[in-house]
Write a protein that binds this ligand. Sequence first.
Ligand code: MF3
Ligand code: CO
Length: 252
Amino acid sequence: MIRIKSRSQIKLIEKSGRIIAELFEEVQDRIKPGTTTLQIDRWIGEFIKKRGAISAFRGYRGYPADSCISVNEEVVHGIPSNRKLKEGDIVSIDVGVKLNGYYADAARTFPVGKISLEKARLIRVTREALYEGIRQARAGNRIGDISFAIQSYVERHNYSVVKDLFGHGVGEALHEDPVIPNFGWPKTGERLRDGMVLAIEPMVNQGRDKVKVLPDGWTVVTEDGKPSAHFEHSIAIIDGEPKILTEIIDGE
Ligand code: MF3
Ligand code: CO
């Protein structure tokens, strides 16, 4: 069942989202060759705590960190560790926060120093695919319109979407209905309406779409070892239109 949120609930989710948006603005400067993913996670944990919020991930099904940090062929759910970032890596950081009982969830892929043109293109296409999906998140459209927009944009650029993991409703819990696949057909699935809050999150592989989970039980990697990128925003449908809750719009 999809939980419709009131304006005041959406304001609260937006407060959580704002923390993630600000965190992402600041974390960029900390992503440098030689930094470990655990150092980044510690910084993220401190940032969330300073804002009076808590990580939505730590303890979720036993997850042991405040964020997920996934490098290169790691798609999502990478566990922060003593792995040092190197020049040319790409690093996907996924953060969920809970404030006053309300959750927001977002992710971005960052370059480490100077990266190849191919990796830069993968990041750009994944980010754009997210915005293509968000554009379809309007009252009257259906979930499949979001899914199709993402898949067709990605495949037009000769990359593949991961089919084993999905976007989701968010707000009163980290994961709510509906499930939002990054592939599908227009005019299919649940109808979208005002008050829905959705975490849309394309995971895009440079090579084949197949992924597997490492023996740590969390880290999802591409089977072919090629890089993957991930962008996610939490959005609300207000007055029929998508409003991004995890991004700072200039002047706001
Ligand atoms: N951010 C992920 C998602 O979008 C959830 C991470 S799983 C966790 O669904 F265990 F790390 F929390
Ligand atoms: Co999510």
